[in-house]
Design a protein around this ligand. Structure first.
Ligand code: FAD
Length: 302
């Protein structure tokens, strides 16, 4: 990334929310469930599956966590009603993990029961490293409690991930493998892009070797190529590719056209700001987009 882009990434938190909203629009279905339904229906019609995510992280009050759980109920009902090819992803902090872990567990179980009655799979997103142990512990407890249709996410950037794969192998978990979006210290996370890539490949090999159904979540062409070599001859029970809404759409379509299962992550909701900042910080062209939007606002009639 160029120096100017780095500067804009650092300044993003002070960019007006209206600008962030407009520039991040391709990454979000919209603010309402109706918006998500429309986007997912379009994907379903194109032979692409979806993961619906209700935006909302680090809620600070129990009633906010309850509201997110209710929003998941509505989303699950809509997926079933519309016959959409979709499952859902949840964030534990959105279900109250930082408020009260017992509340979070009971709300997560409520979502799981609701989903399971409709035959819909639930994946627990992985958040920053303050949540890794809690997330893996809750996952194990949920599996021990008989919840089968639930999966987790592991981050190749974390030094611990190969050990986590070995420790979880007895459960043969369904795992989404990604690089990991959160900034973590070098004591616990690899920092160099090439080292993270190598870790991703090693984790992918370990997951496939352990017979875990693996969702390969990356837009990185080098990793897509390595992954395609590895999944040759495997069926949709063994793997799928996953991408984020609005990122490398053409490459995603190519993968689907070549017969791979592609699932697109479709976030929606009123709490779009934090998610948007993360997506913009990853966009190599962010500086240009933000600058164009700001100039568009400042120069009337442009
Ligand atoms: C379906 C899915 C679910 C995820 N879930 C989690 C999770 O639970 N926890 C977590 O920590 N992380 C999650 N992530 C994020 C992930 O960890 C990475 O931060 C993110 O995918 C970027 O890494 P990359 O492998 O795509 O490689 P990158 O090197 O970041 O991207 C490769 C290329 O993709 C394009 N690109 C990437 N991002 C953008 C963008 N925003 N705008 C435009 N172009 C872009 C660029 O051309 C870039 O060069 C998820 C990612 C996906 C795809």
């Amino acid at each position: 990334m160029k120096v100017f882009d780095h500067a804009v990434v650092r300044l993003l938190p002070v960019v007006p929310r209206g600008v962030v909203r407009r520039v991040a629009a391709p990454y979000i279905a919209g603010e309402t469930l109706g918006d998500a339904r429309r986007v997912v229906a379009g994907l379903t019609a194109a032979g692409i599956e979806a993961t619906v995510d209700v935006l909302g992280e680090e809620v600070t009050r129990p009633d906010e966590a309850e509201a997110i759980a209710r929003a998941y109920h509505d989303a699950l009902e809509a997926i079933e009603h519309d016959g959409l090819a979709a499952n859902v992803s949840v964030k534990l902090t959105a279900l109250g993990a930082k408020v009260d872990m017992a509340l979070c567990r009971s709300l997560t179980e409520r979502v799981l029961r609701d989903a399971s009655e409709r035959g819909i799979f639930v994946r627990i997103d992985m958040e920053d490293s303050s949540m890794t142990d809690d997330t893996l512990e809750l996952y194990r407890a949920l599996r021990a409690g008989g919840h089968g249709e639930v999966g987790i996410v592991l981050q190749a950037a974390l030094r611990r991930t190969l050990d986590d794969i070995a420790a979880l192998a007895d459960l043969r978990p369904s795992v989404r493998l990604c690089k990991g979006i959160y900034l973590e210290p070098s004591s616990i996370a690899f920092q160099e892009p090439d080292v993270i890539r190598k870790s991703f490949v090693a984790c992918l090999d370990a997951l496939l070797e352990a017979g875990c159904r693996t969702a390969i979540a990356t837009h990185d062409e080098w990793l897509l190529e390595r992954s395609l070599e590895r999944v040759q001859g495997l069926g949709p029970d063994a793997y799928e590719f996953q991408m984020l809404l609005g990122v490398r759409i053409d490459r995603g379509r190519e993968l689907a056209a070549a017969g791979h299962l592609l699932r697109v992550y479709v976030p929606y909701g009123k709490r779009w700001y934090e998610y948007s900042l993360r997506r913009l910080q990853e966009n190599p062209k962010v500086a240009g987009y933000v600058a164009r939007d700001m100039v568009g606002r400042l120069v009337p009639g442009r």
